[in-house]
Structures are given as C-alpha cells and as structure tokens.
Write a new protein. Structure first.
Length: 132
C-alpha cells in the first residue's frame, strides 16, 4: 500500500464518520439547543443542559472538524469520550447490538487520532511545513 492510498483511506474514514455523526446525531441535538429545548439525559450527573451541550459539541462540532481535517486529533478526544459515555453509560443496560454503534464511532475516531488526518486535510494544508 502506498502513502497516497493511506491518505485517501484516512480522508474517506474522516469524512464518513465525521459527517455521519454531525448530521445524523449532532444536528438534531444542535436544533434542540437552538429551539431552547434542553431536555436530555444526564448520564454524568452534570445536569441535562450541560449534558446536551457537551454531547452536541462532541457530535456536531467535533464531527465537522474531523470531516474537514481541522484540529483533527484534538477533535477526536471529545468525540471519543461522547461515544464511550453513550456506549457504557447511556446504553449500559441495552443489548450489545445497541452498545456497539457508538463503539464503532469511537474506534474510527481512535484510528484517526493514532494515524492523524492524512495529507488531504486542512491540518496538513495549514500546519505541515514542507521544505523544497
């Protein structure tokens, strides 16, 4: 496998898992926030409003940043934490099939954290210095 293939694979992984999380899960939460509806689960005992805002940040904001490849590694941290809370606290009593969905997102984000965003990212464009 060539470096270009790895960068392309990271691009596909980032865009899919970032946008899927942002649009399918984070956007509905963001719409709740904008509508002033702060009813939400409180799995960490920090209050429903704080829980909703943290989940919205982890899912929508970080999902968009990961898809764009901007502050990618930093953005994976709240994303992963949000998914681990969803899997092991919010869905603790659910069957494995329900817990596995947030774990898929967490594992994808962990891979991106370890490997980095790749060459096809804003991080690479703006922060990687090339010497010619």
């Amino acid at each position: 496998m060539t470096k270009g293939n790895i960068d392309l694979g990271l691009l596909v992984l980032r865009v899919w898992f970032g946008l899927e999380m942002a649009i399918a899960h984070g956007l509905p939460k963001l719409q709740k926030v904008f509508a002033g509806d702060f009813t939400f689960a409180d799995p960490l005992g920090v209050g429903t409003t704080t829980s909703l805002i943290l989940a919205t940040f982890g899912e929508f904001i970080c999902g968009i940043l990961i898809a764009a490849g901007f502050f990618t590694r930093l953005s994976t941290i709240p994303y992963i934490i949000t998914m681990l809370v969803a899997a092991f606290i919010a869905h603790a009593g659910d069957p494995w099939g329900k817990m596995s969905f947030p774990l898929h997102y967490a594992v994808a984000a962990a891979v991106i954290f370890i490997a980095g965003p790749g060459r096809y990212s804003l991080d690479h464009k703006w922060f990687v210095k090339t010497f010619k």
